[in-house]
Structure formats: C-alpha cells, structure tokens
Design a protein around this ligand. Structure first.
Ligand code: 1GP
Length: 255
C-alpha cells in the first residue's frame, strides 16, 4: 500500500473529499460466492475501504473473509474490532477504538492494553479512533455488548464535547455510530455540530439504508460513510451511495 490510510483520510478531510467504506460483518456471510460478487461490485464502483468486524462475532471466519477480500481486490481492509479477539494481522489496518462515549474502562483502555503488544508486532496500520455511540431508540448490539449508554440523539453538546475531548487526547479519527441496523441514522444536526467542533476526519455509520440518508450525512459533514446492513439487504445501495459520493467528489474537482 503506497500511502497510509490515515494520511489519506486526513488529506481528504482537508480538501473535502468524501470516502466510502463497506462494512462486512463476518457472521452474516453464509455464502462466499455472494461476498465475491459484492467485492467485485465494490471494486467497480470505487468503494474506498472494506471494514471487517462487529461487536459480536460468533463464527470463526474472520481470517477467511479477509483472505477472500484480498484474493479478489486490492481494496484496503480495515479491522473494526469489538474486542481483542477480533484482530487478524492479515488485514491492512485496524481502527484502534476507544469507546469515548461510554464509561466502561475496559473499552476505554483495558482491551487496548491487551492488544498493544500484538499490534506492535504486526504490520497493521494503527488508526487511533474515538468511537462514539449515539442513541437510535432500538438498543444496539454494541451498546449491550459494551455495557455502555449511548449519547442521547438530541444531546448535541455532549457529542460535541466528547469529540473535542477525543481530538484533544490525540485520537486521529472520530467514528460516530448509531449501531448496526439502527432505526434512525445520526441526525444531520448532530453531525454538523460535531463537524464544526473538530478538525480530524469524521466517520459516520449506523442505519444508513438509503441514498437520501447517505447524502444527508455527507452534506452534514461526514468525511467517511460506513454502510453494512443496508447493502446486505439491497446490494444496489452500494452502487447508489458510491455514485452519490463520486458525484459530490467530482463537483469539488470542478469548483
Ligand atoms: C455499524 O456503523 C456500522 O457499526 C454500520 O451500520 O450496518 O446499520 O450500516 P449499518
């Protein structure tokens, strides 16, 4: 990989270029053939990154999924781990998450201490990320598994101050997540408020199951979108969101 992923995201952030990540939850992959098709569509439609992971993995196929992506594409594979067991050194990078919206020390620093020596020995690019869960009415798996309370959807100042603190602590990315399959994605108002308060790239995910919702998040200030469930249910969404992002990025080129 020529340029580091984090470096690219920071450069893209400063020039307003948006990125798109397809999230693959290994537990949901029952048919490798279908996944290969999806990877091919992702390559054709200029998806930027493949995220692999989830808060709870019940199978034993993380490594196989990464290999499959690598066998069929050159897309960077970024781990999105729920805990230290979800590390596979054959990926390219890892979102080194600290769950800063919660008050569970195990996910603020405990798991990171356990993972540090393994990551140090690996070639994985480490991407220090402030991970913030935002409430979306239905309790998400990640909220239950992490034993943390998400930030209420209407408490913009809590989200803003949390993101600011994450940036001040030296984290390089902020990932605001409404949780996989969230009933409502994060509101434009909250995204815009956080965007104004920080300079580091802002990742938005959870419940983006239509191109309108994707566009709303992008226009509010998301630098990168993560979409999982919506694409599992409707693979065409990948093409639609990619087109929307490519159009926005082309507009930037023109102006
Ligand atoms: C979940 O942000 C990701 O952690 C993606 O969510 O599966 O709802 O797209 P969806």
């Amino acid at each position: 990989m020529s340029k580091k992923i984090l470096e690219t995201l920071i450069e893209r952030r400063s020039s307003g270029i948006k990125s798109f990540a397809l999230l693959i939850d290994p537990d949901k992959i029952k048919d490798p053939g279908k996944l290969v098709k999806l990877i091919n569509i992702a390559v054709e439609n200029k998806v930027d990154y493949i995220l692999v992971g989830g808060s709870l993995l019940t199978g034993n196929n993380l490594h196989q999924i990464i290999e499959l992506v690598k066998d069929h594409s050159q897309l960077p594979v970024v781990l999105f781990p729920g805990n230290t067991m979800h590390i596979d050194v054959s990926a390219d990078a890892v979102l080194f998450l600290s769950l800063i919206s919660g008050r569970n020390p195990e996910l603020l620093i405990g798991q990171q201490v356990i993972a540090a020596p393994v990551l140090k020995r690996s070639n994985l690019e480490i991407m220090p990320t402030g991970y913030m869960l935002i409430d979306s009415e239905n309790r998400s798996t990640v909220s239950y598994m992490s034993n943390t309370t998400p930030i209420p959807a209407d408490k913009f100042s809590v989200a803003v101050c949390t993101a600011m603190a994450g940036e001040m602590l030296g984290l390089k990315l902020i990932y605001m997540d409404a949780g996989s399959g969230a009933r409502f994605p994060i509101s434009q108002k909250m995204i815009a408020a956080v965007r104004r308060a920080i300079d580091i790239p802002l990742i938005i995910g959870g419940g983006i199951n239509s191109v309108d919702k994707a566009l709303a998040s992008l226009k509010a200030g998301a630098d990168m979108l993560v979409v999982g469930n919506g694409i599992e249910e409707n693979p065409n969404l990948l093409i639609e969101v990619s087109d929307a992002i490519n159009n926005l990025n082309q507009e930037l080129d023109i102006h």
